[in-house]
Design a protein around this ligand. Sequence first.
Ligand SMILES: NC(=O)c1ccc[n+]([C@@H]2O[C@H](COP(=O)([O-])OP(=O)(O)OC[C@H]3O[C@@H](n4cnc5c(N)ncnc54)[C@H](O)[C@@H]3O)[C@@H](O)[C@H]2O)c1
Length: 255
Amino acid sequence: MATGRTHRPATRSRGIPEATVARLPLYLRALTALSERSVPTVSSEELAAAAGVNSAKLRKDFSYLGSYGTRGVGYDVEYLVYQISRELGLTQDWPVVIVGIGNLGAALANYGGFASRGFRVAALIDADPGLTGKPVAGIPVQHTDELEKIIKDNGVSIGVIATPAGAAQQVCDRLVAAGVTSILNFAPTVLSVPDGVDVRKVDLSIELQILAFHEQRKSGEETAAGDGALPAAVTPRDDSTDQGPDGDVPAVMPA
Ligand SMILES: NC(=O)c1ccc[n+]([C@@H]2O[C@H](COP(=O)([O-])OP(=O)(O)OC[C@H]3O[C@@H](n4cnc5c(N)ncnc54)[C@H](O)[C@@H]3O)[C@@H](O)[C@H]2O)c1
């Protein structure tokens, strides 16, 4: 559920659009579930439904991979798993460091889903000397003094930041200077990075705010429907009557 942007052009150098890249993990998750059930082939419609994507978009996405499926048979599940994994760079092991081993960092360290997807937690790093040497998820926490050495020794290119917002930029700068080129940022702050460094931001509160917006809109529509009126989004506007008492235009949310 990563949100945010990567510092990359909209189309990757190999011609795969960034929006397609963002959907590949959705296909992979659906395909992995089919593979676990030993399903040999899948139609574009079935896979699109399982991934929550429109089937025409799926076919277009797969054409970038050179995968067109077989008419009447569909796509070979195992081969597509391999193709997408290869395209996403998941056929190799990616050592990851997590910086900031508080509530969130510890939860991430304990998350089994990283390893099963080829992301090995190589080290846990925290500035609190009281945590140094303490095992979290079986891995002893190391002090930030060791950050550069840890990155170099483990060949780490992906860093996860789970520190307070105030420390995140400084941690990011150190990670980048040490050779990290991809950052997953959980701290609620915008990070500045040089060209060539990808940042993805995860922010649950932003996701919740977007849901709140939709909830508000839905309840507005229900109220309007309950009143026997059309939902606000489709209520025809009558500019002669919808001015508020002091001339303000009432807040009607456009569709
Ligand atoms: N993205 C999300 O959806 C989401 C959800 C929860 C929390 N958060 C954010 O994640 C961060 C961590 O939250 P938490 O609840 O785990 O906080 P926490 O206070 O439990 O843990 C923060 C840890 O960072 C360490 N730290 C502080 N400065 C550091 C530095 N310079 N270098 C290395 N480590 C340092 C602290 O010692 C502490 O162990 C916060 O920024 C919080 O806002 C984001």
